[in-house]
Design a protein around this ligand. Sequence first.
Ligand code: AMP
Ligand code: GLY
Length: 424
Amino acid sequence: MKVLIVGGGGREHAIAWKVAQSPKVEKLYCAPGNAGIAEVAECVDIGVMEFDRLVTFARENTVDLTIVAPDDPLAAGAVDAFEAAGLRAFGPRKNAAILEGSKAFSKDLMKKYGIPTASYETFDSAEAALAYLEQAKMPIVLKADGLALGKGVLICNTLKEAKMGVQTLMLDKQFGIAGNRIVIEEFMTGREVSVLSFVDGKNIRVMTSAQDHKRAKDGDQGLNTGGMGTFSPSPFYTKEIDDFCRKYIYQPTVDAMRAENREFKGIIFFGLMLTKDGPRVLEYNARFGDPETQVVLPRMKNDIVEVFEACIDGTLDQVELEFADNAAVCVVLASDGYPEHYEKGYPILGLERFTKADGYYVFHAGSKWDANGAIVTNGGRVLGVTATGSNLKEARARAYEATKWVEFENKYMRQDIGKAIDEM
Ligand code: AMP
Ligand code: GLY
């Protein structure tokens, strides 16, 4: 069959790499893709929000299955656009992608169906938000309602900071209309874990756990980023926690979406906080995580195309997911200065070493070809270097070893990805 992946980052490279292994796939396209994805797929120069062009491309090239990976096109109805043209697409429809697209929606859903999460209030006016803050307990968390590239969440330690946060989100509109409405939420403490799952509207199949490192600098300092590295599995995600989440979070979320007539087909990413009172939902994403995907998929044994099809067809109850009994670590190589100001366009050297190394992967997040055909940096996050190992320590040592194989001018990485496992 012919498959099209929509997206062009490290997550899409990992998905493309996995899809390309399926014996069912005879041709793989990726729009827009990047210089790394081009090794496993034919890249097509169409943007992720150009639905008309994407649909036309899929129709003209008799694409059998399109996988929409990023949040923005999902929230804007990319899957609906393919379906309206009679084409098969994997991902939630617009009315279900709201699970990620609106924090107010997802919080209300959790409250209505008793799914454990931080307590909260929703505000449409800055005046009411500011009045509420006067009696609220600090620290407190402010969240822009809409999509804000993962940056619309402010953790405020003092009343003064929280008031400034309301100013930033609602009055200065730093994240545009995403801040017209905000959620003000109780601050929770604990370990964070990401759990991705496949959902077919009714059934859910949970993948192995992972942990992200969102801050730019070692020791979880610096600004929030898209993610600087991940490991899988999370040793903090125990069998007991898994049992609790299956009973009180995972299936209840799928059932709640159905009950709301927003049947969810696609990936639900559960961002969890393991608090002393038990697991709580921090957020939902309606897609694969980036860079969680870069450690989860290299450990997955199933033919992923079969799982995607089961989600679309509503037959996920017949699928059992299988993961290798190993571990994986991904270290993101970024451009120094990310997530603020950084230079790009520097040649990337040493990539060929990965093609011959078993259990080592380099997923491209931001790369392209320059006029001479050389692969150069093209983003804040440039590469995700992943390695597997028999356990987390080994995987981590191997991933850091492989970060030395590649060079580019302003290469920056955190040195402590997976360090938490030393405390075990
Ligand atoms: P979100 O995009 O909702 O996952 O928020 C981004 C990050 O902010 C999370 O990964 C947490 O580190 C932090 N965060 C979000 N909500 C809370 C909360 N209620 N309490 C503490 N930290 C939070
Ligand atoms: N790694 C977090 C996310 O994909 O949102």
